[in-house]
Design a protein around this ligand. Structure first.
Ligand code: GLP
Length: 236
């Protein structure tokens, strides 16, 4: 594991964005696994800046996102599809047909999950997976539990996650109670994993996840077994 501590959110964003840019430069037709939440916003700003300056080309790049709330479609400003459009996709030259986010409004969610994994396989797997980390150690929406769940699946969000994510909604009652999330399987199969964690509040869970026992009670801890993991942490 390559554990990098930096002193500010700006440095975290620059460092992580550089690693993503390096991936795209080395393999323009790579598959990027992308994440939502507040932490990656600075990274996406940098990628937009470099794309606009002509230094980074996404025209051959494919993206697969980690997760989506159930019941929110892409027009809903709280959906993760909407987040990705407004924070990144609408501002860079990635082709719309090359961006995948699970469909949380699919009539048959079991089929949607199966197809999501099959698509990742067809694309040749993920070259670089970007991850944030929840306060309870979740990655994507893989919540703490009794076992690591490998395939893309539907998950009941834990109360602490609902509370943590309520800051993005008008009220806690509006936070969807379920989500579709890529499972631990596709994440662990990614050739590279880049996890970012920002702020004092994340320090304890980062400690547990990367320097504590590997347990499904802390889903991110499984990443200790990944052969190419970089963690960028800022306490700011
Ligand atoms: C959500 C997302 C995760 C993200 C987490 C942390 O629950 N599903 O992918 O890592 O939030 O978000 P933040 O970066 O805002 O702390």
């Amino acid at each position: 594991m390559n554990f990098i501590t930096v002193e500010s959110y700006d440095k975290l964003s620059k460092r992580a964005a550089s690693l993503i840019a390096a991936q795209v430069l080395m393999k323009p037709n790579c598959v990027l696994g992308l994440a939502t939440g507040s932490s990656p916003i600075g990274i996406y700003k940098k990628l937009i800046e470099w794309n606009r300056a002509g230094d980074l080309d996404f025209s051959k790049t494919v993206s697969v996102n980690l997760d989506e709330y159930i019941g929110l479609d892409g027009t809903n400003d709280q959906s993760y599809r909407y987040f990705m459009q407004t924070q990144l996709f609408d501002h860079v030259n990635i082709l719309p047909e090359n961006t995948y986010v699970p469909n949380g409004c699919a009539a048959d969610l079991a089929k949607e999950c199966e197809e999501y994994d099959a698509r990742i396989e067809r694309l040749g797997g993920i070259d670089l997976q970007l991850l944030g980390i929840g306060l309870d150690g979740h990655i994507g929406f893989n919540e703490p539990g009794d076992a690591f769940i490998s395939p893309t699946h539907v998950i009941d969000l834990h109360e602490s996650t609902i509370q943590a994510n309520a800051r993005f909604f008008a009220s806690e009652a509006e936070v969807p109670r379920q989500a579709v999330t890529m499972g631990i399987g596709a994440i662990m199969k990614a050739k590279k994993v880049l996890l970012i964690a920002n702020g004092k509040a994340k320090k304890e869970i980062v400690q547990k996840a990367f320097f504590g026992p590997i347990t499904p009670a802390v889903p991110a801890s499984i990443l200790q077994l990944h052969p190419d993991l970089t963690v960028v942490f800022s306490e700011e």
